[in-house]
Design a protein around this ligand. Structure first.
Ligand SMILES: Nc1ncnc2c1ncn2[C@@H]1O[C@H](COP(=O)(O)OP(=O)(O)OP(=O)(O)O)[C@@H](O)[C@H]1O
Length: 306
């Protein structure tokens, strides 16, 4: 379990993490989402004892990371900036870590096999592609067979097969009862991998919710209507809670009314409908809506409101 309480990190004038409080439970994959610069990596670094909080606490399995006597067995981590010696082979990198942490040698072969690097394990890590490097990072995280896994952007640089493989791996680890906390800036990727989401923006908590609930709460339904008489239909549909916009090809986008209401209104006015489609906002749109005010650098937006 991961418990973050009022966690704050300030770098000079910059408040990178601002009073974050959330809990990550075992037995499911929890996605950690936010636009670039939201504070995800900083939060993860504090969880792993690589950065000290300005205030607040970040506990893993009840203790700060550094208080654990064998941290590799407690928490496995993959951080974006890898610290693998480029001249060292994957095998020797893992072996050195295993030795210093009292992990049996045979575990090194097990994790190499598990991440699909058996064929290249003796090659220098410096020659690895981004995807191979990610796999080595995941092998490193799994080395101590930890209760909790913290991965920063593990899907970066992976091809479709690699992404599917990481998803299955994370879901498998969660099904074994482990705590799995994974960051990403892509909602669509996370929605397929995680059951729960913690969303942050500008260092602050925006949502702490199940994927299903987020979709339900955030989705605004709009109806696309194509008709022979868009102006006449728009006039018929206008009302205090209705918004109608004109698109190309005699198409209207209507919010605030159901397909039944629109069809009935058109029928009563003798207006022919050529298409009537209810549309749900995609998860990506929900995410963009949620974090709209929290994006640091958005094109065309100077000084987004905090
Ligand atoms: N060592 C540092 N010194 C000063 N500012 C920092 C430092 N580390 C991070 N920041 C700033 O803190 C904010 C949060 O950065 P962080 O890397 O945690 O975000 P992130 O959500 O992981 O973003 P990304 O998806 O781009 O990796 C950013 O504005 C970043 O510039």
């Amino acid at each position: 379990m991961i418990e973050v309480r009022e966690l704050t990190k300030r770098y000079g004038d910059k408040l990178a993490v601002d009073g974050l409080t959330f809990t990550v439970n075992p037995g499911m994959v929890t996605g950690f989402l936010g636009p670039n610069g939201a504070g995800k990596s900083t939060t993860m670094r504090m969880l792993l004892g690589l950065d000290a909080p300005t205030s607040g606490s970040a506990l893993v399995n009840g203790e700060p990371y550094r208080a654990h006597t064998s941290p590799l067995r407690e928490v496995g981590a993959l951080l974006e900036a890898r610290s693998i010696h480029p001249g060292r082979s994957a095998y020797h990198h893992l072996l050195a870590l295993a030795r210093t942490s009292g992990i049996r040698r045979s575990r090194v072969d097990e994790v190499i096999e598990a991440v699909g690097l058996a064929g290249v394990a003796r090659r220098r890590a410096g020659t690895f592609s981004l995807g191979m490097g990610q796999r080595l990072g995941i092998a490193t995280a799994m080395l101590g067979d930890p209760h909790t896994v913290i991965l920063d952007e593990p899907l970066n640089g992976l091809d479709t097969d690699g992404i599917r493989w990481v998803r299955a791996l994370l879901q498998g680890l969660a099904a074994e009862g482990r705590t799995v906390f994974v960051s990403s800036h892509l909602m669509s990727e996370m929605a397929l991998t995680a059951q729960h989401l913690v969303v942050i923006g500008r260092g602050r908590l925006i949502a702490d919710t199940s994927v299903a609930e987020l979709v339900r709460a955030g989705s605004r339904s709009v109806v696309r209507v194509r008709t022979t008489h868009p102006d006449a239909l728009a006039a018929r549909l206008s009302g205090p809670d209705t918004e109608v916009s004109f698109d190309r090809d005699n198409t209207l986008t209507v919010s605030g009314l159901t397909t039944d209401q629109i069809g009935t209104a058109a029928g009563a006015a003798g207006i022919t409908l050529l298409e009537l489609t209810a549309q749900q906002a995609s998860l990506e749109e929900v995410f963009i809506d949620l974090t709209r005010d929290a994006v640091e650098h958005r094109a065309n937006t100077v000084g987004a409101t905090p």
